[in-house]
Design a protein around this ligand. Structure first.
Ligand SMILES: Cc1cc2nc3c(=O)[nH]c(=O)nc-3n(C[C@H](O)[C@H](O)[C@H](O)COP(=O)(O)OP(=O)(O)OC[C@H]3O[C@@H](n4cnc5c(N)ncnc54)[C@H](O)[C@@H]3O)c2cc1C
Length: 468
């Protein structure tokens, strides 16, 4: 039996796609530099996944797991062709344990749906990538995703108790368990978290839950400079407030959102940055913390402070942040979105670096991000047809990464390496560390069939641009 017939015998012919539309759709992600798959396979369960992977391993066919396809570094793009394993059908929440505070879920449950489901019973799963209405929990695990709440609640890895996963050789393994404490053997759970689909295919996830914080207060403070906004952040930390969300949006982004929403302005004239701040917890604590936030922002020179008094007003304050990614398209449809991260105290230096890049390379670079974590999204906007601007953008991105590392930061706080940043891995990691990581990869995947061409700088994978 040939390879394709073998796959069809496992999952059923109806779940193997070879039409051009499917191959292209499953061959790209939010990076928008795709490569068509040779075959899209939609298995029903762990057993089918294991059987397909075993066959791929036997035939040395690359296999690439895919969740919601919202990744920004081409992680789910089959750069060497082969099989895209669409996990679409593994989309059920299997259990919510209200007594022991965990949930067990299949990998393609949409993150926002998992949050809604646990909130309905008064529980809380905090990690909240801005893509939460489209991305899947398995993709979050693979990317160790963060979001606005990371400053207070941490990122995905802090909420994962255990996994079921299929190894590239086809074995099904279980790591971790259902308890917060578990120190038996190597911590394979948290090795697989963040491995960008290169070590194992995650087929079941146990996440930790906590009681939902009963009350939130949401504020928006407007500042005449980015430095003043960062001063507000320093001030509130000095007042011992750890907000549940702490987001900075610069003036260029605000202008883009205003244009997108077709309103004259979203902030008073002279605004260079806003902070969106949310504190949560028990009502009496939240009242005190919100007052300290206001005090810190005023002391840092905020020109206006708004505080939501209803859920509708809260949603309105968050609207700017939510519309951001889409709104930047009014500048130009293509962006190189860099998710660099620096120690908080060095954010002003990072913004000075961005100003230099704008000037020296004649680029438009709106910035926003999770300022509490020092994680700033630096969006280098380029014309899709403007090859000169794209070349300047690539030159600037290297300077950005080198500058970020000089500020004791990291070239990726959220989106991972995928293939888009593979050539920069050696800027941050030493050769011996890269070699150690490659040895780990070989231990899991001796034949290199699982998501090849990712993370490690083995040359340009040669991905072809696919039209948006
Ligand atoms: C508008 C927008 C906003 C975003 N905001 C954030 C943000 O705030 N924070 C953040 O961290 N990221 C953010 N992202 C990036 C992206 O949403 C995250 O990386 C997300 O976790 C990807 O999940 P996904 O299900 O879409 O994964 P995919 O894009 O399908 O895949 C991502 C990687 O995970 C692997 N993978 C997927 N499922 C599995 C599995 N079950 N087992 C093993 N490997 C798997 C893939 O092979 C690939 O390498 C944003 C993206 C967009 C488009």
């Amino acid at each position: 039996m040939g390879f394709v017939a073998g796959v069809e015998a496992i999952v059923g012919a109806g779940y193997v796609k070879r039409d051009a539309e499917s191959l292209e759709r499953y061959g790209t992600d939010a990076l928008k530099r795709g490569h068509p798959a040779d075959l899209v396979v939609l298995p029903a369960d762990t057993r089918e996944i294991a059987a397909v992977v075993r066959l791929c391993n036997e035939h040395r066919v690359p296999v690439v797991p895919r969740g919601g396809g919202t990744g920004y570094t081409g992680g789910s793009v089959p750069v060497e062709g082969g099989v895209v394993l669409g996990l679409d059908r593994l989309n059920r929440i299997l259990r919510i344990d209200e007594e022991s505070l965990f949930a067990v879920t299949q990998p393609n449950v949409i993150t926002g749906d998992l949050q809604d489901a646990v909130e309905r019973v008064g529980l809380f799963y905090p990690p909240d990538p801005a893509s939460l209405k489209e991305c899947a929990i398995g993709g979050n695990v693979a990317e160790n995703s963060g979001g606005p709440r990371a400053f207070k609640y941490g990122v995905t890895t802090h909420w994962i108790l255990g996994l079921e996963a299929v190894l590239p050789t086809g074995e099904i393994v279980r790591t971790g368990g259902k308890t917060v404490k578990n120190v038996v053997g190597y911590d394979l759970t948290h090795l697989i978290v963040g491995s960008e689909g290169t070590l194992a295919i995650v087929t079941e996830i146990t996440v930790r839950l906590i009681p939902k914080p009963p009350v939130q207060a949401t504020l928006r403070a407007t500042f005449p400079s980015v430095e003043a906004a960062v001063g507000g952040v320093t001030g509130l930390i000095g007042r011992r407030v750890i907000p549940a969300a702490l987001e900075l949006v610069d003036g260029t982004c605000l202008d883009a959102v205003a244009k997108y929403l077709n309103v004259t302005s979203l902030a008073p004239p002279g605004t260079a940055a806003i902070l969106l701040i949310e504190v949560d917890g028990l009502s009496e604590l939240v009242t005190g913390e919100a007052a300290r936030v206001e005090e810190a922002c005023r002391a840092a020179g905020a020109s206006e402070i708004l505080r939501a008094t209803s859920e509708a007003e809260r949603q309105e304050l968050w609207r700017v942040r939510r519309e951001l990614s889409t709104s930047l398209k009014v500048i130009t449809p293509l962006k190189y979105n860099h998710d660099i991260v620096v120690p908080k105290g060095r954010i002003p230096e990072l913004f000075q670096l961005v100003e230099r890049l704008k000037r020296d390379y004649r680029l438009r670079i709106p910035c926003f991000g999770h300022v509490g974590d020092g994680n700033i999204h630096v969006n280098i906007m380029v014309g899709p047809e403007d090859l000169d601007e794209q070349a300047r953008a690539h030159a600037a991105e290297r300077v950005l990464f080198e500058g970020t590392l000089a500020l004791e930061g990291s070239i990726s706080g959220e989106h991972g390496i995928g293939f888009a940043k593979a050539k920069y891995l050696g800027l941050e990691l030493t050769p011996d560390v890269i070699e150690l990581m490659k040895r780990v990869k070989r231990a899991f995947d001796p034949n290199g069939i699982l998501n090849p061409g990712k993370i490690f700088p083995n040359g340009d994978p040669g991905a072809l641009p696919i039209a948006d």
